[in-house]
Design a protein around this ligand. Structure first.
Ligand code: CU
Length: 482
């Protein structure tokens, strides 16, 4: 045999060996489409997820989920009859792998009043499984589907009236992990936003019935995360440590509203938009989650503190319940975030604009051109005092030792009217002696119009044991130099 053909033979043999081993390795890792084995799905309640999948092949996954109608807390002092997948809202988190064959058993608790079913957005098939899973109370239905498409999918009840079944809490998330898995992160949490349409307004106590009228109007008294007001607040907050990466699997059960999901003080380093498998954005402030949709966001926790989760349709957060917390513990990182470094007095120019004075009038302040009686000045002055001066000089006008001088029986206040007016409109700093006691502090100029100054000075000069004449807006204007 010639040298050349020897080399060629060795080369061909080697190539064959490499080809075969590469094929074998690939098959073993991800490309095996053969279903191997059976396992029972681990299901979890929010905000927790089952552990990431380490399998490198598809399997048959048995899911057992029970629909239950339960009375639970919606807010402090407020209860609601929730219809649930697994006893809480949102429903159990289901985690499977691309290519898995899911054998789904839907059980309807015998005490249920309603039939229920399930439409999983991860299903390729009519109704997402709805018709095949229609289950009367005290029955079980079984159907199977292949998880062809990876992604984060919502599931919900689709029994008529569909809106009402969803509005009462029948939704959850199923994650179909891509066959190559998801990048490892330190913390994973499950959050689902939704609305509740109660007969009573937000906070109205007692067991609240469902309001069809409000649901059709898309005007919910409650917009919440994980089924109730405060589900992720205080001791229920989700947690992480400085340096850790957090991944949130967020769903929006609706039934009506779109969520503008935002974490105050964090930036989403990665967003898997609409719960798909691609990171389609980096460095996002607020991600939009459609009703019946989802999103996956990831961010690194660089600094410690409490980070507030909100629907940035912000009245929902502060007035309807869509507010949660992430508590990050660890060392303060002053190079990234300093915290408050200073608080000092800022004097500004102290004179409210004409437009501002007009706005004050609109907000119910007296007209500066109208002559006010002593009684009117006193009454209005009391409200100005409690909103403006009381924080420092105290409700009883006695001030605080060494810091805030007293207004009660203050010789400084009572002796010289012009000086008292000037103190309020221009502020006061440096040494001042009140009733023989030295104070050396700063009172910033008070941004008040002439009527407010006249009224508050009339009030303090005739309260706390003080008694003297009134102060008029004209006198204030004179000191202001108008
Ligand atoms: Cu239902």
């Amino acid at each position: 045999m010639s040298n050349f053909s020897k080399i060629l033979k060795t080369f061909l043999l080697l190539s064959l060996v490499i080809l075969i081993s590469v094929t074998l390795i690939r098959c073993n890792r991800f490309d095996s489409t053969e279903i191997e084995g059976v396992e029972d799905a681990v299901l979890t309640d929010a905000p927790y997820l089952p552990a990431p999948i380490t399998r490198t092949h598809p399997t048959k996954v048995i899911v057992n989920l029970e629909t239950q109608e339960v009375v639970k807390r919606l807010a402090d002092g407020v209860e609601y009859v929730f219809w649930t997948f697994g006893g809480s809202v949102p429903g159990k988190f289901i985690r499977v792998r691309e290519g898995d064959l899911i054998e789904f058993h839907l059980h309807n608790d015998p005490t249920s009043k309603m039939p229920h079913n399930i439409d999983l957005h991860a299903v390729t098939g009519p109704g997402g499984g709805a018709a095949s899973s229609f289950t009367a109370p005290g029955h079980s239905s079984t159907f199977s589907f292949k998880a062809l498409n990876p992604g984060l999918f919502m599931y919900h009840c689709a029994t008529a009236p569909v809106g009402m079944h969803i509005a009462n809490g029948m939704y959850g998330l199923i994650l179909v992990e891509p066959k190559e898995g998801l990048p490892k992160v330190d913390k994973e949490y499950y959050i689902m936003q939704s609305e509740f349409y109660t007969e009573g307004n937000y906070g109205a106590p007692g067991l609240q019935p469902f309001s069809q009228v409000k649901a059709v109007d898309e005007n919910p008294p409650y917009v919440v995360f994980n089924g109730s007001v405060g589900s992720l607040v205080g001791d229920n907050a989700i947690t992480a440590n400085v340096g850790e990466t957090v991944r949130l699997y967020i769903g929006n059960g609706g039934p009506n509203l779109v969520s503008s999901f935002h974490v105050i003080g964090e930036i989403f380093n990665k967003v898997y938009g609409e719960g798909g498998t691609n990171v389609n954005q980096n460095n996002v402030q607020t991600t939009l989650i459609p009703a019946g949709g989802s999103s996956i966001v990831e961010f690194k926790c660089e600094v410690p503190g409490t980070f507030i989760l909100v629907d940035h349709s912000i009245f929902r957060a502060f007035n309807k319940g869509a507010l949660g917390m992430l508590k990050v513990s660890g060392e303060v990182q002053t190079d990234i975030y300093s915290g408050k470094q200073k608080d000092e007095v800022y004097l500004g120019n102290g004179n409210p604009s004409d437009a501002m004075l007009k706005a004050n009038l609109l907000n119910g302040a007296p007209d500066p051109n109208k002559k006010m009686s002593r009684e009117e000045l006193l009454a209005f002055g009391k409200t100005v005092f409690s909103s403006t001066c009381q924080a420092c000089h105290q409700a009883d006008g006695k001030g605080l030792p060494n810091v805030f001088p007293p207004l009660a029986q203050s010789d400084y206040l009572l002796k010289n009217k012009e000086r008292a007016i000037a103190t309020v409109i221009k502020g006061l700093q440096g040494e001042v002696i009140v009733n023989g006691t030295k104070y050396n502090n700063v009172m910033p100029p008070q941004v008040l119009d002439d009527v407010q100054v006249a009224a508050v000075l009339t009030y303090v000069r005739n309260s706390f044991g003080n008694k003297t004449d009134i102060v008029t807006p004209q006198e204030v204007a004179k000191v202001r130099g108008k």
